[in-house]
Ligand binder design. Structure first.
Ligand code: NAP
Length: 250
């Protein structure tokens, strides 16, 4: 059946696949025919993700901590065959007023959100583990490009850094037909929202500020990722795809 969004025959690495948006990406991409390599720290939750995926392909789990050099090295080593796509979704936040941030906070947030995907892709490219014509996707944020929030200076900075990286990589890799894009979600209903000190009531109130009347769902981000991984987006590189229920319009 004609389907320009098919991921059939594509091998895709998804980081942060143990929960939230990364889990939805792994599940939805498997349903579109992709063979997935799932990674995150928590092996049990990666297994849970695997149990929810389409099983017509053989998927692989590689549990590592992306904040450590050892974890990154192990992941790169265990990717034994070239990839057609990488989705950099693992990420963290640690809401804190700017005047209280420490060196350790900077290292931790920049380490997971920026350094890890940068070094991972650099190493995969160096070892020829990224196919010509592959699609590389970063899950950035509206907070990296358009807006920010109180206590999110480091998070915004890390996502802004990812955005800069994406643009230069897109130029450098275009000759090989490798495309590099960002997806920039507004608030998505995942565990991530519980990492701060915001109450459930405050979150419900905040969701009303979205023109479409609610926060997004993880699979709604996954559908954009499917588009970017598929040949339907073959002429798209260096772009920021905004998915925010209209939030940044106001
Ligand atoms: N939810 C939102 O509102 C929202 C909005 C815009 C952008 N985003 C971005 O979307 C991405 C996913 O967020 P989410 O909402 O799905 O959050 P989540 O449910 O907390 O998922 C975060 C993922 O990152 C992984 N991770 C964190 N630290 C890691 C480390 N050191 N090594 C390896 N994996 C690590 C976690 O796995 P383990 O704990 O198993 O390691 C988990 O799979 C993040 O990059 C986030 O910045 C989220």
């Amino acid at each position: 059946m004609y389907n320009p969004f098919s991921l059939s025959g594509k091998r895709v690495l998804v980081t942060g696949a143990s929960s939230g948006i990364g889990r939805a990406i792994a599940i939805e991409c498997s349903k579109m025919g992709a063979q997935i390599i799932l990674t995150a720290r928590n092996a049990e939750r990666l297994d849970e993700t695997l149990s929810m995926m389409d099983a017509s392909q053989i998927h692989q789990i590689i549990p590592v901590d992306l904040s450590s050099e050892e974890g990154l090295r192990l992941l790169v080593e265990r990717v034994s065959e070239p990839l057609d796509g990488v989705v950099n979704c693992a990420g963290m936040t640690m809401p804190k007023p700017f005047r209280f941030i420490s060196d350790t906070d900077v290292e931790m947030i920049m380490g997971v959100n920026f350094k890890a995907p940068a070094i991972l892709l650099q190493q995969l490219l160096k070892r020829k583990r990224i196919n010509k014509g592959a699609s590389l996707v970063f899950i950035s944020s509206i907070a990296g490009v358009w807006v920010s929030f109180t206590g999110e200076s480091l998070y915004s900075a890390s996502k802004g850094a990812v955005n800069g990286l994406m643009k230069s990589m897109a130029i450098e890799l275009a000759g090989k037909g490798i495309r590099v894009n960002c997806v920039n979600p507004g608030m998505i209903d995942t565990q991530f929202l519980k990492s701060g000190s915001i109450t459930e009531e405050q979150l419900q109130e905040d969701a009303k500020r979205y023109p479409l009347g609610r926060y997004g769902k993880p699979e709604e981000v996954a559908y954009a990722v499917i588009y970017l991984l598929s040949d339907a987006s073959i002429w798209m590189t260096g772009s920021n795809l905004l998915i925010d229920g209209g939030y940044t319009l106001l």
